[in-house]
Design a protein around this ligand. Structure first.
Ligand code: BES
Ligand code: MN
Ligand code: ZN
Length: 494
């Protein structure tokens, strides 16, 4: 879908959406439309209990006298900021996306009391519409015409200055989000470690340096945990390093690390058949790291960044690792693998150690669809946040609130260590049944960060959604791209 900006100028055809602020406050364009239609907008709002709250939307047939398709009123509430703008754009598009016309004119009216400048506000409305328009249709050959989205172009109309400038940056972030959604949506017969690594290499065109480590290199580095997870698959594992050098030469980078299990059967500790198809999303953490690197490179972020993704397929063949196997890691620590389905922490153990060892980053944030238990704790609204550093945790929490990708912190504590101390090795990969499953996973990872400031985001409940939610259509969410872009932009650039 295309996005354009223009000065206010009422169209002759297509759909028209217009913002309304709290308490039915129309801007000057809304007021003149209301007048031209003999007060029909006011009447519709009153009859429809529409008051202009954020997230409210009212779709009308355009009043007589206006040669338009639908007229959509979208609420932005009181003192609206970027998130209200995003949601208004998404709601406007959702109201007409399949309604037949190919164009939507989205008027961002001249409301008083915005929480951000009016130009950037209009750009955020466009961003919301674009994010909501995402679809993954490449494998459909028979989609009926009336099931296809009709809207091909959204023109955001604003009298304010600075919308286009703000858009340049947001457009690059959207590119990253769409890349994440694309790679995460791909089926597991198409995306496996080698092909996902190929997608990373393609990012060289954005100016990233990309290095792919194969089994031989990983063996040399001693990555027995990552290799152990991959050994039951005919698709060999990979570790990919993506570097963006936008900062000063020699400045320590920030680092992002992703779990990239391209399919998680559970291995020999095999999962039940029902719902196993969901485990194609188990590379969601690495999908986010890939899209984030594309976004940061696309917008030429002034910072040095390393993105590392640990890619493996967890399968149960004759060479698969067994419950009871002991593997040795790059850190030198040994792990007793008591459950082959707790594989994410195994690949991350080597990826985290490698990242701090090679790059001495200012901090590392890893993203992983690590535990079903985080869905029990937090559902699909917050991702779990675990950190050894209060300052980093606070910054992440704040970026979550600012971008709508919300985090909720859970504890780490030496008190949990006894649950993962092994009888025969340094650490075991599971704790006790039904006991603090997400914390145990995080506590395990912490043993492989070597004291580096670090945070683990457990995104098992937020990496994909089964329903449309505001700016996120059903499917892969790309959770974390906006959040971490915001973290970098707010605290680590320039
Ligand atoms: N990929 C799963 C976690 C998961 C479950 C993600 C549901 C999304 C939805 C992970 O590898 C896993 O299997 N974790 C186990 C850990 C257990 C064996 C300690 C789990 O959560 O059951
Ligand atoms: Mn698993
Ligand atoms: Zn998994």
């Amino acid at each position: 879908m295309k996005i354009a900006f223009s000065a206010p100028d009422l169209p002759k055809s297509g759909h028209l959406a217009i913002t309304v602020a709290a308490d039915r406050a129309l801007g000057s364009i809304g007021a003149s439309l209301d007048k031209a239609s003999g007060g029909q907008i006011t009447r519709a709002m009153e009859q429809g209990r529409f008051t202009g709250k954020a997230d409210e939307v009212l779709a009308l047939v355009a009043p007589a006298g206006l040669e338009l398709g639908r007229l959509v009123l979208v609420g932005i509430g009181g003192a609206p900021g970027a998130l209200a703008a995003n949601n208004a754009g998404a709601a406007a598009l959702a109201a007409v996306q399949y309604a037949g016309e190919s164009e939507l004119t989205l008027v961002v009216d001249d409301h008083a009391g915005l929480a951000i400048e009016a130009g950037p506000f209009a750009a955020e409305v466009a961003f919301g519409a674009l994010l909501r328009s995402y679809r993954f249709d490449k494998y459909r050959t028979t989609l009926a015409d009336d099931k296809k989205p009709s809207v091909k172009k959204v023109t955001v109309q604003t009298a304010a200055k600075g919308a286009k400038k703000a858009w340049e940056r947001l457009e690059k972030i959207a590119d990253g989000i769409f890349l994440t959604r694309d790679v995460v949506s791909e089926p597991p017969n198409v995306i496996y470690p080698e092909t996902l690594a190929d997608r990373c290499v393609e990012l060289e065109k954005l100016g990233l340096e990309v290095e792919v480590l194969d089994e031989k290199k990983m063996k040399k580095l001693g990555m027995g945990a990552l290799l152990g997870v991959g050994q039951g698959s005919s698709q060999p594992p990979r570790l990919v390093v993506m570097k963006w050098n936008g900062g000063n030469k020699g400045d320590a980078p920030v680092a992002f690390v992703g779990k990239g299990i391209t399919f998680d059967t559970g291995g020999i500790s095999i999962k039940p058949a029902a719902g196993m198809e969901d485990m194609k999303w188990d590379m969601g953490g690495s999908g986010t790291v890939i899209g984030l690197m594309a976004a940061l490179a696309g917008r030429k972020a002034k910072v040095n960044v390393v993105g590392v993704v640990a890619l493996a397929e967890n399968m149960p063949d004759g060479n698969a690792q067994r419950p009871g196997d002991i593997v040795s890691t790059m850190s030198g620590q040994t792990i007793e693998v008591l459950n082959t389905d707790a594989e994410g922490r195994l690949v991350l153990a080597d990826a985290l150690w490698y990242t701090q060892d090679q790059f001495k980053p200012q901090f590392m944030v890893n993203l992983a669809t690590l535990t079903g238990a985080i869905i029990v704790s937090l559902g699909n609204e917050h991702a779990g946040l675990f950190s050894n550093n209060d300052d980093l945790a606070a910054k992440l929490t704040e970026s979550g609130l600012a971008t709508g990708e919300k985090l909720w912190r859970l504890p780490l504590s030496p008190a949990y260590d006894k649950d993962i101390d092994s009888d025969v090795a340094d650490v075991k990969n599971i704790g006790r049944p039904m006991t603090a499953g997400s914390i145990i996973g995080a506590q395990f990872l912490q043993r492989f960060v070597n004291g580096t400031p670090w945070a683990h985001l457990d995104i098992a409940g937020t990496a994909w959604t089964k329903e449309n939610k505001g700016v996120v259509p059903k499917g892969a969410t790309a959770f974390g791209v906006r959040l971490l872009d915001h973290l970098v932009a707010t605290h680590y650039e320039g």
